[in-house]
Design a binder for this molecule. Structure first.
Ligand SMILES: Cc1ncc(COP(=O)(O)O)c(C=O)c1O
Length: 512
């Protein structure tokens, strides 16, 4: 039997734990945390108004803990300015750049969304073509709208059994570049939410040979550089700029993210200006200190704590595969490096039970007090971290066995059978008549969906499943798109984006 990993493996002697990277003694430092410590005891006549906690509502101080207020300082002498860093933030960003393999790192306090917005605004101008996959996160659409860039879409690679998009289709990317040699940049999402990943190296070479910049939304891969069994990080694969969700996977506070730049294809001064345009002038030191500490943790202990998380996830995956009606892909990669999967993401497929992932998520939450990362039509997704224990995983397995048993005994209602009515293939990608920015800024009117053929959409329409936009602002409604949306009006478990989520009507650009 596979030995279950123990927490002991994480709590190891620091000296034995030093990786090649950590031999750079500077990585032991956490300059923002140090600056916060040095500020303790100063009498404050400055913002924020809570004066280190003394002026805050006592209940909230008790709730969050006094340290949260004491460390919530602002850009006073001894601290720094995120817009023009010259002190502790500068040092912390430099240490992060070194640890993550970048030439320059910016700390984002506006989520990975903020990092993506700065990355796009810093590289593209109004009317520039940007190549993007169809299954982007909404933060990329926001960046495209803000920049005025015009997207050229690449088909995403759909897995019909799992019911989600595993990445982009390489051939479709090349074909898209062939149609858009004028493209200035490609913004790819790698890995996916489910941890599936593609080899970016040949793509970077292909794009660079054509003078196209490679930007990567690596929201779910900030840990890749710190363990050889994880997919190659985008920066090492040749990406020019990368946005990483430190708060999603590493130990940083919610919102805290990194924006990394490497090489000379990107004008760093322009990027910095864009970063300033979208960044608060009162950046939270709690968030920035957590980015500093998350880098330190990875640089010093990343390999060991990731080894623990990978072993724990592999154990979960192999036990899930023993439960009748459940499966979890990726066991074939277990214990080895894989370019195609982050093993700490465990997708548990429940479709053979005849229930949806949504129902499974609810069951685990309500009956077992377990909250998974997310669910979709056929799956629940679990992220296994070094913060999890074997006991957590055993509890999850107990919940999953209970779920499978309850469905078998008809004690948990099946809800998938009706949705097995065939979900149609995606309609062809519509023509884009206006940039998304022009489409959302134009005067709009409401049209009946059935009468909207030839009209230009003023809104985005996403159906769950398949969980990607069917229509972007600026795209022309065709018969194919309209009939797809009419079918999904009945079948979808959720519609997001349009004002009228019943999809009887749609907002279209006026006078076109
Ligand atoms: C692939 C991807 N990119 C970007 C984001 C935006 O991240 P944030 O919520 O930190 O702004 C997300 C959020 O889930 C995401 O999944």
């Amino acid at each position: 039997m596979r030995r279950t990993p123990t927490r002991r493996r994480v709590i190891v002697d620091k000296a034995a734990n030093v990786t090649a990277l950590a031999r750079d003694l500077a990585q032991e430092r956490a300059p923002i945390c140090e600056a916060l410590d040095a500020y303790a005891g100063v009498i404050r006549f400055h913002m924020p108004g809570h004066r280190g906690g003394a002026g805050a509502e006592p209940a909230i101080v008790a709730h969050l803990g006094p340290a949260a207020f004491e460390k919530d300082v602002t850009g006073v002498p001894g601290m720094d300015d995120l817009h023009e860093p010259h002190g502790c933030i500068r040092e912390a960003e430099e240490l992060a750049a070194k640890a993550f393999g970048a030439d320059r790192t910016f700390f984002s306090v506006g989520g990975t969304t903020g990092a993506i917005h700065a990355m796009v605004l810093g590289t593209l101008s109004d009317g520039d073509t940007i190549i993007i996959p169809r299954n982007i996160h909404k933060s990329i659409l926001g960046a495209v709208i803000l920049s005025g860039a015009v997207p050229a879409f690449v088909k995403a690679d759909y897995d019909p059994y799992l019911g989600f998009f595993k990445g982009i289709d390489g051939e479709s990317l090349k074909e898209c570049i062939g149609r858009h040699p004028e493209a200035k940049a490609a913004l790819l999402v790698n890995p996916t939410y489910y941890g599936t990943s593609i080899d970016l190296r040949p793509i970077a070479e292909y794009l660079h040979a054509r003078g196209i910049i490679l930007l990567v939304d690596e929201a779910h891969g900030p840990h890749f550089r710190f363990h050889p069994k994880l997919p190659a990080p985008a920066l090492d694969a040749g990406a020019d700029a990368v946005a990483q969700g430190a708060h999603k996977i590493l130990g940083a506070l919610t919102q805290a993210s990194y924006l990394h730049v490497k090489g000379n294809r990107i004008d760093v001064d322009r990027l910095k200006a864009a970063f300033q345009h979208i960044t608060t002038t009162s950046a939270s030191y709690l968030l920035m200190a957590s980015l500093d500490a998350a880098r330190r943790q990875m640089a010093l202990y990343g390999r060991d704590i990731l080894e623990y998380a990978i072993n724990l996830a592999d154990y979960l995956r192999s036990e899930v595969n023993k439960i009748p009606g459940l499966s979890s892909f990726g066991s074939e990669n277990s214990g080895q490096a894989s370019a195609s999967l982050d093993p700490t993401k465990v997708t548990i497929t429940v479709r053979e039970l005849g229930i949806t992932g949504y129902r499974a998520e609810k069951f685990l939450r309500e009956r077992h007090g377990i909250q998974v990362e997310m669910s979709d039509l056929y799956n629940v997704l679990v992220i296994v971290s070094w913060g999890n224990t074997t006991a957590h995983v055993e509890k999850l397995l107990e919940g999953l066995r209970d779920l499978a048993g309850a469905v078998g005994r008809n004690q948990a209602t099946k809800d998938l059978e009706s949705s097995r009515r065939e979900i149609p293939d995606l309609p062809p990608i519509p023509e884009m008549a206006l940039s998304p920015r022009k489409a959302v800024q134009s005067a709009w009117e409401t049209a009946r969906l059935s009468d909207a053929k030839g009209r230009v959409s003023a809104e985005v329409v996403t159906c769950y499943p398949p969980g990607i936009p069917i229509l972007y602002p600026g795209e022309v409604l065709t018969d194919d798109t309209i009939s797809y949306l009419e079918i999904m009006r009945e079948l979808a478990f959720g519609i997001s984006g349009p004002k009228d989520t019943s999809l009887q009507t749609i907002r279209v650009v006026k006078d076109r």
